[in-house]
Design a protein. Structure first.
Length: 410
């Protein structure tokens, strides 16, 4: 796949994946087309060497692997979730003649970027069908239905000096002026066999499409680049190779990964236990394999250059970022770094190093968590990105394709 085709398909994937449920649904469809067989955790695994398989959990996490009779695998870990505004269970609010929805922030949302945007609603709805069975549907309203209006500057003359956002009072979007509006009624109308909506996991999302930006189309701007960008790269790689490989794209990283579908849960360990029958085999797998934890990295912002450590300030379109932290917030070590850089050099792909300023806190990834649980050598890397956790983030057109080339060559 050439770079232009790769990036065009990336934009389509981002637009089609407003929630982790949609991302996993789309990834499953692409794996189906690539010859992977879906297996169910509730059933016995009957794995055949040389075949390809995938599994989902909670409709929001997915593991895929090329199975073979050996222990040396390349694993790529990423996460399907992004910071957003989740709709509360009893969402309907009527105030000053307009209908609003109660929302709460999910993860570290850059809140001010959500104002004055055309917002859609998407996610999973669980309901009782007309035949009385309980089932779920993954929905996308596929049009702007909500907006969070800013307060006019005439009524807040200090708005540009300091903007304080109260999550409870200032975030509910307006959605309608109908006297009889009900979100559950709207959802019911979207589902043909629905008798009653019982619950949902819904999010607001920006309906603006992903796009190329710049006089020479140097940049990609989109919602959810962190971390659907890494999920897409991992997916395209495993669909392009027959080498022993596994991808693990987990939900709930932005809120700590502690869930049945998160990297802190049992999903990956349970799959490994069923791939390898004995404790000896599991250890041989862990100690023979490499995990590449792929999560976006902070590119140096030209307007805020002092926020970066001067010698470790990644730039867009200058290569994949290797993340290092002496306190093990990232799991990279000298041997895994050397292996990754060697693979990058073999395909003429540049790399960059990132270390957080010594006087600033450092975030973390699924890398250290998974390395500790599995006992697998790990490196943390990522695509340099502006405005991480904004409703709209920016990355470079070269970097994702470089990582794809590296993963094929590791």
């Amino acid at each position: 796949m050439d770079k232009n085709s790769f990036n065009d398909a990336l934009l389509g994937f981002l637009d089609a994946s407003p929630t982790p449920f949609h991302a996993v649904l789309n990834m499953a469809g692409m794996l189906d087309n690539a010859g992977f067989t879906r297996i169910d955790e509730r059933e016995e695994f009957d794995l055949v060497p040389g075949e390809k398989y995938y599994i989902t959990r909670n409709d929001s996490s997915i593991i895929a692997f090329n199975y073979y009779e050996g222990y040396e695998y390349l694993l790529v870990g990423a996460h399907t979730d992004s910071p957003n505004l989740k709709i509360k269970p009893n969402a309907d609010v009527k105030k000053e003649g307009v209908n609003q929805l109660g929302v709460e922030p999910y993860g570290g949302v850059l809140l001010h970027t959500w104002f004055d945007r055309d917002l859609g609603i998407a996610g999973r709805v669980s309901y009782r069908a007309k035949n009385r069975s309980l089932t779920s549907a993954i929905l996308d309203m596929q049009k702007p239905v909500a907006v969070i209006p800013s307060l006019a500057i005439h009524l807040d003359r200090d708005a540009n000096a300091s903007k304080t956002i109260n999550e409870q009072n200032h975030l509910p979007p307006i959605v309608s002026m109908s006297k009889n509006f009900s979100l559950k009624d709207e959802l019911k109308e979207m589902i043909d066999d629905c008798e009653e909506v019982l619950s949902y996991d819904l999010s607001l999302y920006d309906t603006q499409k992903a796009s190329f930006v710049g006089f020479n189309d140097e940049f990609i701007t989109s919602a959810r680049l962190d971390n659907l960008l890494s999920c897409y790269i991992a997916l395209i790689t495993i669909c392009s190779t027959d080498k022993p490989m596994m991808i693990v794209c987990s939900d709930h990283e932005e809120v700590g990964s502690v869930s049945t579908a998160g990297a802190g849960g049992s999903f990956l360990t349970s799959v490994i236990e069923r791939m390898f029958a004995t404790p000896d085999e599991k250890v041989r797998f862990a100690r023979s394999s490499l995990l590449i934890s792929a999560d976006n990295a902070h590119a140096i912002h030209p307007n805020y250059a002092d926020k970066h450590e001067p010698s470790h300030a990644p730039k867009l379109n200058r290569g994949v970022v290797v993340k290092v932290n002496s306190n093990q917030r990232y799991a990279s070590n000298s041997e895994t770094i050397a292996r990754f850089i060697d693979a990058a050099q073999s395909v003429d792909a540049p790399t960059q190093m990132f270390v957080t300023r010594s006087d600033m806190g450092c975030g973390s990834t699924i890398g250290p968590m998974t390395a500790a649980k599995i006992g697998i050598d790990t490196i943390d890397i990522g695509i340099p990105t502006y405005a991480m956790h904004s409703i709209r983030e920016t990355a470079g057109v070269d970097d994702a394709y470089d990582l794809y080339k590296i993963l094929l060559g590791v």
